[in-house]
Design a protein around this ligand. Sequence first.
Ligand code: SAM
Length: 482
Amino acid sequence: MAIYNPASLDPNEFINEGEILATLEYAEANKNNIELIDSILQKARPVKNGNAYTCKGLNHREASVLLACDIPEKVEEIYKIAEEIKQAYYGNRIVIFAPLYLSNYCVNGCVYCPYHLKNKHIARKKLTQEEVKAEVIALQDMGHKRLAIEAGEDPKNNPIEYILECINTIYSVKHKNGAIRRVNVNIAATTVENYRKLKEAGIGTYILFQETYHKESYLKLHPTGPKHDYDYHTTAMDRAMEGGIDDVGLGVLFGLELYKYEFAGLLMHAEHLEAAHGVGPHTISVPRVKRADDIDPDAFDNGISDETFAKITACIRLAVPYTGIIISTRETEATRSKLLRLGVSQVSGGSRTSVGGYTTEERPHDTEQFDVSDQRTLDEVVKWLMDNGHIPSFCTACYREGRTGDRFMSLCKSGQIINCCHPNALMTLSEYLEDYASADTKAVGYKVIETELERITNFKVKEIAIQNIADIRASNRRDFRF
Ligand code: SAM
């Protein structure tokens, strides 16, 4: 039997079933242990040190106790601390991105995904480079600067050369004042050599959802195709890091398995990356299974309520304070509003989940991966964020300045984000307001910028930010960054 070892490169040791089961037992036994819960909450609280905050985070056992706890006052405290951590590290900024579907050809048999090989009636489509260009122009015209590219796994139709060519095309499109400045990549597990090629192509984060950490379920949910190989899939991030990618994004598809099991597995994966590679995940995504072409989410027994979903998100915030949390348009406006307070730092906006979806007037459904619940335009999402006290950020500076992996984490930990990410958010918001926003959004946006500039503590940084924003408003000069 495999023994738990977070630093091991054997997936059965770092996502160790025995350790997950022992964790669940420990959490259940202690879910009413007030003394222990209070000490865990105390450990999770951000501590102020001059301008900076320090957070210890929680290990998978501690965080699992909080997730199991149903005492209303304690749950409220979890939410409160999640909000404090979010404010301490990310302030009120929310980074915005959009998915871009390149191809829905897929050779896998994932039972929750309509792109599975046996689905013979779904239209199959793969974008040509001309079509990629047209999609990117449409995304730029909305105001997007950051994309997550998505593709099914199909070595013949979507080989790595195709993905690399698309990345190259995306970065090359310069339309009006627009540019895509960061391409994150969500493609199937691959080789170290291919990860190296992705790194060389200038990708931001490599994202791969584990879907489920329950090995036995994983094998059933992925009955055929290369994704059936649990060990290969689970060690993808190790190969990505070996290939030089140090920003990786984890995720679980909630609804497939018991959420407490997934939660422990997810945190153990994060701990493994830290133990084996010295840097934890850059982001964690929390998708829930959605209705799609031939997929009925009710066919899966482990759907979670909105309340449980909120608690999971807040507990992730407490456990891994420096990791971004992403919530997509799979969720409704109401759910997204609630989760934004509990530690989410990135949202998608104006998304279409079909191949070629951005260049058609009507939302196409024939090649769609899943139903989008939040169907508002990007302009509506931007205004909604500001109306709710957030700063929408189109910033992509960190990775372009080499602040990835542990360098990003140390920026976070030093408290210098207020003099770096904060002005960058305001400058990129100003670009958005000048080039793409409706009159209403623009008026609200400049009020937000005026107030927020006052919060920059470094006098020199503040002066430069004010000057750059004046330049953005008066000219076509763009892409200022700290
Ligand atoms: N093909 C790649 C892979 O194998 O990981 C990733 C791309 S896939 C387009 C992105 C993610 O969509 C999957 O990892 C899965 O978690 C999610 N997904 C698939 N079907 C879904 C559904 N019905 N509802 C919600 N999310 C779904």
